[in-house]
Ligand binder design. Structure first.
Ligand code: GAL
Length: 377
């Protein structure tokens, strides 16, 4: 009996010890973030989906060493009820071993995002896809679908976007007047970009699509937002009703203004977009924009960071990936970003900060450690 009680105490002790190790009730930006197995969360360039009162975190599964910058495994998925503690749900989309597949192991698969289509009851994943061995030249967007949120997702295809289709805010006259940009040495390069020089160059074969995100509006219309035209211009496109392809409706946003890492959220009917500039894995000043209509005119509001010069110049040493609405709290949003480690990508860190508002304009401040009670104020 004594022995049995002792064993029981030992088991309980071990269990609580393990839990002490991994359970957390705060966000600690930039620190290692252990999942419920005690391993650093491996879901970089993440996208989030709330389904059945649970948060799901999809992201790039990285491996150690420089090789980890390419897709050697696929898209990882984690689940959480409270946003602090995340359970590894495995690999949602696996890269392929078939050399005929565009999704072959060693390609580049970045910034996966998943949305749920209420009509078809399918989960639809979109991601930035670059073909193996071609650097960032292919500039494709990829799609995969699943009946289960955690997968496995079936890869459909990857493609350039809107071949032969003009943006809604770019007329046939604009197109006729644009001059194709052959090289960066072109005179008045920037002016030509703004006037559609890359758009015209890529018109037939389809527009480039690199850093991307998705946004589902209150009426269930979904949008694909992507860095196009050599990362010089964002394109916002309406998705088809089943979310599995792009409709022909799209607009150019901030032509020539070099936005990457877009993330959109909506507060009281107003759309906000955070994004970054263009410095690869190195951080740069964050950007904020606002619009009353997601496909309408976007207005640039500057850098949302309020910190030291160094923090503002680097967005707290991070690059945006998603804005997470917090369940059960009104107007509570989390800025989720990556602190990349390209030398050893698996060790990349996550920087999550509460989005604060002043006169309805979002801003960010550094917090060493914080929790959701910050939204109670
Ligand atoms: C960043 C981009 C990342 C990744 C990286 C590669 O600017 O946001 O997703 O593509 O460049 O250098």
């Amino acid at each position: 009996m004594i022995k049995r009680t002792f064993n029981l105490l030992l088991i309980v002790g071990l269990l609580s010890c393990k839990q002490d190790n991994v359970l957390t009730n705060s966000f600690n930006p930039g620190k290692l973030w252990l999942d419920t197995n005690g391993e650093h969360i491996n879901a970089h360039g993440g996208g989030f989906l709330i389904y059945n009162n649970t948060y799901y975190w999809f992201g790039e599964h990285k491996i150690t060493g420089k090789e980890g910058n390419r897709a050697m495994v696929g898209v990882g998925v984690y689940s959480s009820k409270d946003l602090y503690n995340w359970k590894n749900e495995g690999i949602a989309l696996e890269v392929s071993n078939d050399s005929n597949s565009k999704l072959i192991k060693g390609c580049t698969l970045e910034r996966p995002k998943v949305i749920y289509n209420k009509k078809t009851k399918k989960f639809v994943m979109w991601f930035h896809h670059e073909l193996k061995g071609q650097g960032y030249d292919a500039a494709l967007t990829g799609v995969a679908i699943s009946d289960n949120i955690t997968g496995p997702y079936n890869y459909i295809d990857s493609f350039r976007i809107h071949p032969g289709v003009l943006p809604l805010n770019f007329s046939q006259d604009d197109f006729d007047n644009a001059s194709i940009i052959e090289s960066r040495k072109d005179e008045n390069w920037k002016e030509k970009v703004i006037k559609g020089g890359f758009l015209k160059r890529d018109f037939k074969g389809g527009q480039m699509s690199r850093d991307m995100t998705l946004f589902v509006d209150d009426d269930q219309t979904a949008y694909h937002i992507t860095a196009s035209e050599q990362n010089q211009t964002l394109l916002i496109s309406k998705l088809s009703d089943d979310y599995q392809s792009l409709s022909n409706e799209y607009v150019r946003v901030f032509p020539g203004q070099r936005n990457e890492a877009p993330a959109i959220f909506k507060k009281e009917g107003t759309y906000f977009m955070v994004s970054s500039g263009l410095t690869g894995w190195k951080p740069n000043p964050g950007k904020l924009a606002v619009a009353n209509n997601i496909m309408g005119d976007w207005e640039f509001l500057g850098n949302p960071c309020r910190g030291t010069d160094e923090e503002n110049k680097t967005t707290f040493w991070s690059q945006s990936t998603y804005v997470i609405p917090v369940l059960g709290k009104k107007d509570a949003f989390i800025f989720a970003a990556d602190r990349w480690r390209p030398e050893n990508p698996i060790d990349g860190r996550y920087v999550w900060l509460p989005i604060k508002f002043e006169n309805n304009i979002p801003y960010l401040e550094w917090e060493n450690s914080w929790d959701l009670t910050i939204f109670n104020d």
